[in-house]
Design a protein around this ligand. Structure first.
Ligand code: SF4
Length: 225
């Protein structure tokens, strides 16, 4: 088990592909980092979950059955972030439990990991009507919950599943077909964008590139052993 105090050294070793040093005259934009630090500093993950379950900050709560907060290991090194709950998730109150969820389970097992050992959540915690893509304003309203989840779990790597997660974390106009497979960074956390499992169900040709992306994630994680 890694010591959190060693994280700086671990990150430097494992994520040498990310910019480590500022060029002379350049300054790091710490805005996101400090936002991570400032969010409800006394709240733990259970309290955050309770607060999310009571949330009615956007109209999605009017039509969904329940808030789907996320689940998994609270100290996981790996966090998967999807788009929003679908019908199965809305019924069960758990993320990624439908067909796409079963495929994500297989991906996790292929990475020699257990579902219980990673953390799984979505950008938006309530199901959009008819499983439509969440609107940018809905993603923005819900985003503080994801930001706090990352602050509390402190994953070593985030896998952004699909366009919505990538756009929320990296850039609002990010195209998943172009950005997938390339290391990005959000608030100091390395992010690997890849296809959403639902996209793999629609187009099996996306399985091979997704596997390539996950191999990069596995290699980076193994650097921590
Ligand atoms: S989607 Fe997020 S912000 Fe909107 S009601 Fe649900 S938990 Fe609250």
């Amino acid at each position: 088990m890694k010591n959190r105090d060693d994280e700086g050294e671990i990150r430097q070793k494992r994520f040498a592909f990310l910019p480590q040093e500022e060029e002379e005259g350049e300054e790091t934009d710490w805005t996101s980092y400090w936002k991570l630090q400032r969010d409800t500093p006394d709240e733990d993950l259970d309290q955050l979950r309770e607060r999310a379950l009571q949330c009615d900050e956007c109209a999605l709560r009017e039509t969904c059955t329940q808030v789907v907060f996320g689940e998994g290991a609270a100290d996981s090194q790996l966090m998967f972030v999807g788009e929003a709950p679908g019908g199965d998730e809305d019924r069960e109150g758990r993320p990624f439990v439908g067909r796409a969820g079963r495929l994500l389970d297989r991906i996790i097992r292929a990475c020699e990991l257990r579902r219980e050992g990673v953390y799984i959540t979505n950008v938006v915690k309530c199901r959009p009507p008819g499983n439509r893509t969440p609107y940018p304003e809905e993603r923005d309203t819900c985003f503080p919950f994801l930001r706090s989840q990352v602050r509390l779990i402190r994953p070593q790597i985030i896998v952004a599943l699909g366009a919505a997660a990538t756009q929320s974390l990296i850039h609002p106009e990010a195209m998943i077909t172009r950005m997938r497979g390339t290391w990005q960074e959000w608030a100091g956390v390395p992010v690997m964008p890849t296809f959403h499992p639902a996209a793999l169900l629609r187009d099996p040709n996306k399985k091979a590139p997704t596997w390539e992306d996950m191999r990069k994630v596995m290699e980076a994680l193994k650097g921590d052993e």
